[in-house]
Every structure is written in structure tokens, then in C-alpha cells.
Write a protein that binds this ligand. Structure first.
Ligand code: GTP
Ligand code: MG
Length: 202
């Protein structure tokens, strides 16, 4: 898929303030600082589209980006970040949960996982929550440039083993680096195929 255009549409504190549900959308979610906003910039090829920060907790609202005038990428706040006031965190999580469960045009959620860390309870629990609620998702192991081949393989294997204890099969999985653009073509092809399948089924 070639990206011809990418533009910021809206930053919404809650689902009822999001753009109308008339175009397919793909969400990016994961723990704070995992690289959601960086991945959106890498995919679109526009380095300053979504705001990134070395400090966790940067994205605090639901951010829609319109791609090729026909579908959305959605940057979501991170989960599991302890340094914001509890009430604020609860509000983010409430609006993100509502978005995930109720947004009808959400075609797939990319769940980002930091390649550097052993399986995290919050990531496993979050994917279980998606499974229970039958929300289509794919895994994305981020920051691939920061880990050696050996530890990367070990961490992926640990995730797979943990998940296969509860799941019959593993979700679609991508490996990315916002630094060297690894995984870009694979994710964009997946998005293109998913949109094509959707339009063929209508
Ligand atoms: P929140 O909005 O706070 O939840 O964070 P986020 O998940 O959107 O992360 P963000 O894209 O802001 O990136 C966090 C930090 O990780 C920044 O310092 C990025 O430059 C860095 N980063 C993101 N992706 C990569 C990557 O693939 N490789 C490397 N080396 N650094 C990355
Ligand atoms: Mg962000």
C-alpha cells in the first residue's frame, strides 16, 4: 500500500466526540512508551504526525489520522502508566475501553509489545480481554533495533508459550522498528488486504 496522504483529524477525549463511524479504522494500543505514536509516524512516513515523547504518558486522548482520504489510523493512550493521577488514568481507560468495545468501524487493533521485556502481565491480560470480547487484534513487537537476535527470539518464544496455554492459535504478528522502518511493508500490506476483504464482503 502506498500512502498518498496522511492528516491529523481530531483528538477526542471520549468515544462520542470521535469522527463519524463511516471509514474503516485501525487502532494502536499498548503500554505507555511502547512506541505507538512512533509506529504511526513510521507507517505514514511523516515523522511529526503523531506526538512522541521519551516520557511515558504522552498520548492522552483518542487521535484519528485520515490516510489516503479513505481510512483511519488511531493513536490511543497507553495503559499501565502509574505516574498520572489515578482519576485521570481511570478516565483514559474508561474511554479507551469504550472505544474498543463499541466502535463499530474498528477493524483491527494492533497491540504493541516492547521487544526488550519478558512477557508482561498487563500485556497478556489485555490480549485476553480482547479475546474474551472477540475484538480482532494483531501483535506488534516494537523497538526491534534495541535487542539482539538471541534475546528477541527468546522473548517472542516466551510470549508464544504463555499465550498458547490459553489460546488455540496465535494472532497475526509483526516485528517493527521505528528507527530502521522494519515491519512497515508487512503492516501496510496487512491493512490493505484487510480493507480489501472488507469491501469484498459488503
Ligand atoms: P505514550 O503515548 O506515552 O503511551 O507512548 P507511545 O507508546 O506513543 O510511545 P512513543 O511513540 O511516544 O515512543 C516512546 C519512546 O520510544 C520515544 O523516545 C521514541 O523515540 C522511542 N521509540 C519508539 N519506537 C522505537 C523504536 O522502534 N526503536 C527505538 N530505538 N526507539 C523507539
Ligand atoms: Mg503516544
Amino acid at each position: 500500500m502506498i500512502i498518498h496522504s496522511a492528516s491529523f483529524v481530531r483528538s477526542s477525549p471520549s468515544i462520542n466526540l470521535c469522527p463519524p463511524q463511516e471509514k474503516p479504522e485501525f487502532g494502536f494500543i499498548g503500554r505507555s512508551n511502547v512506541g505507538k505514536s512512533s509506529l504511526i509516524n513510521m507507517l505514514t512516513g511523516w515523522s511529526q504526525l503523531a506526538r512522541i515523547s521519551a516520557n511515558p504518558g504522552k498520548t492522552r486522548t483518542i487521535n484519528h489520522f485520515l490516510i489516503n482520504e479513505s481510512w483511519y489510523l488511531v493513536d490511543l493512550p497507553g495503559y499501565g502508566y502509574a505516574k498520572v493521577p489515578l482519576k485521570m488514568r481511570d478516565e483514559w481507560m474508561k474511554s479507551v475501553n469504550e472505544f474498543i468495545l463499541k466502535r463499530e468501524n474498528l477493524i483491527c487493533l494492533f497491540v504493541l509489545i516492547d521487544s526488550r521485556h519478558e512477557p508482561q502481565k498487563s500485556d497478556l491480560a489485555f490480549m485476553e480481554f480482547l479475546g474474551i470480547n472477540q475484538i480482532p487484534f494483531a501483535r506488534v513487537f516494537t523497538k526491534r533495533d534495541k535487542v539482539s537476535e538471541i534475546s528477541f527470539e527468546k522473548i517472542c518464544r516466551q510470549y508464544d508459550n504463555e499465550m498458547l496455554e490459553k489460546w488455540e492459535s496465535l494472532p497475526e504478528t509483526f516485528y517493527t522498528s521505528a528507527v530502521n522502518r522494519k515491519g512497515r511493508d508487512e503492516i501496510l500490506n496487512f491493512i490493505e488486504e484487510t480493507i480489501n476483504k472488507l469491501s469484498n464482503s459488503i
